[in-house]
Design a protein around this ligand. Structure first.
Ligand SMILES: C[S@@+](CC[C@H](N)C(=O)[O-])C[C@H]1O[C@@H](n2cnc3c(N)ncnc32)[C@H](O)[C@@H]1O
Length: 463
């Protein structure tokens, strides 16, 4: 019997097509960029190439050198981003887990540079990506960007480095503290760092008996204020600046949190090492800032509710934020010890936290109520964003795709729908795959909404 031979689907699909070996191979990077523009190493996802291409299209060569996120050099001049990142000291403790060490080693240009690595806040932005997004949004030095849910201040840090002014709104007083400290020390005199390290133990002890006092007495460590238990520090450093004082508090809170995750270690054991890593990172950035002659953008940090944004109409040149992944991360529980230390009303905070509010007798009812509250809150916030944006400018929302915890509802699709209803339609989107085995999210969407040029014809009442 004759055996019928059929061409496979793959063979049919490939018939007549040249393989790479038959054609002269040319990589996509060579097609996108001229030889004068060298990409950074460690670019390995398509969204990064998309953003690099966006930067290349939007910025002049000089702007790419000063503000580009994905280039190593342009016309043989090293970019500022490359120089900032390569001058950043190792951010990982020698005794840290190997997967943490591997992560930082594989992401030298992406995450731990400047002051981004100072506190491990969950769900924070990818800083390199945020820099590129601001470039694609057309933001320039002197412009103002708003992050209404600022977390630990990634947008403000990047904006400052790029000479862009920023407004960071954030509900959690602990996250606001992080933002103020991490942005504040971008421009600081590091002359007293050796002495601070020498007195690390005294600094630590100073926090312990004064837990309540620290929250209400912002002038601690300033001239003449600190008294009994820290005479040496007061004598040696009579005028620690406000950002430095908050940085020390952040470092102390970091040590407390870190000790709760490490067996057999007390905050006291961990504080000196953390402080020395904090100061090394700050010093390195400040040295590079001086070498590059950077003029930093101004950052305003407001502890407040994004649903009641008190910012004038049409006063910002861009909005960039990521709403909480509260379905996956309970920020209030996560930061409970630090929030309590700062005297925050944890219960009240939970009620106002987007994504956490809602109730129901069954799990299903709880999810439905949370999702519905989430969209109500996000609509209110997006209306504010539309209101405060100047015409023609972008509002970019970065959101993780997470249908597991929302009963199958796609959050990104809901936001796109809201955007079209309030007169701020989606112009385009970029998708990013989230790596890492411990992440509950698979993809992240960068949604570029744009407020139309000219008169506002939307039904936005600006609640
Ligand atoms: C995904 S995180 C933002 C992380 C930030 N992009 C970063 O890089 O650190 C979302 C933030 O929204 C804040 N948030 C939640 N509800 C809020 C509200 N009603 N107003 C302002 N901020 C809120 C949370 O405290 C959390 O810090």
């Amino acid at each position: 019997m004759a055996i019928e031979t059929r061409e496979t689907f793959a063979a049919l699909a490939l018939r007549g097509k040249l393989s790479y070996s038959e054609a002269k191979f040319r990589g996509v990077v060579q097609d996108l960029f001229p030889p004068s523009h060298i990409l950074l190493p460690q670019i390995n996802q398509i969204y990064e190439l998309d953003l690099a291409y966006g930067e290349y299209r939007h910025l002049s060569d000089d702007e790419l050198i000063r503000r580009g996120a994905y280039f190593k050099s342009v016309n043989e001049t090293l970019t500022h981003h490359f120089r900032i990142c390569t001058n950043t000291p190792d951010q990982v403790n020698a005794s840290a887990r190997q997967d943490r060490k591997n992560f930082f080693a594989a992401n030298v240009f992406a995450v731990g540079y400047a002051t981004h690595g100072l506190f491990p806040y969950r769900g924070k932005f990818h800083p390199q990506m945020i820099k590129a997004v601001m470039n694609v949004m057309g933001l320039k030095p002197g412009d103002t960007v708003l992050d209404p849910m600022a977390g630990c201040g990634t947008t403000s840090i990047e904006a400052s480095i790029m000479g862009i002014n920023s407004i960071a709104y954030e509900l959690s007083p602990f996250a606001s503290l992080m933002t103020r400290a991490k942005v504040g020390v971008l421009n600081i005199d590091c002359g007293n760092f050796p002495a601070l390290l020498k007195y690390a133990d005294d600094i630590y002890r100073r926090f312990v008996p004064h837990e309540k006092q620290i929250a209400v007495q912002p002038s601690l460590f300033q001239s003449g204020e600190a008294t009994d238990s820290l005479p040496d520090l007061t004598l040696a450093f009579p005028k620690l600046s406000e950002p430095m004082r908050e940085l020390l508090l952040l470092c102390y809170l970091d040590a407390v949190g870190y000790a709760s995750r490490r067996q057999g270690k007390t905050p006291h054991d961990l504080f000196p090492d953390l402080l020395s890593r904090y100061l090394a990172a700050i010093r390195a950035f400040n040295e590079t800032r001086e070498e590059l002659g950077l003029t930093l953008g101004q950052a305003q940090v407001i502890t407040g509710d994004a649903r009641r944004l008190e910012i004038p109409d049409e006063s910002v040149d861009g909005v960039l934020f990521s709403p909480p992944y509260s379905f996956a991360i309970d920020y209030v529980e996560n930061d409970r010890p630090q929030l309590q230390f700062l005297g925050a009303d944890v219960q009240a905070l939970k009620q106002s936290m987007v994504g956490l509010a809602g109730s129901g007798k069954t799990k299903q009812q709880l999810i439905e109520s949370r999702v519905s509250r989430y969209f109500q809150d996000m609509e209110t916030i997006m209306r504010h964003c539309q209101r405060v944006l100047r015409p023609g400018r972008y509002c970019v929302i970065v959101i993780g795709s997470n249908t597991n915890q929302t009963g199958g509802v796609s959050l990104e699709e809901g936001l796109v729908e809201i955007g079209s209803q309030i007169g701020m339609p989606l112009e385009f989107q970029i998708m990013r795959q989230i790596e890492g085995i411990r992440n509950t999210m698979r993809d992240e969407f960068l949604l570029f909404f744009r407020k139309p040029e000219g008169r506002d014809t939307s039904n936005n009442k600006g609640t």
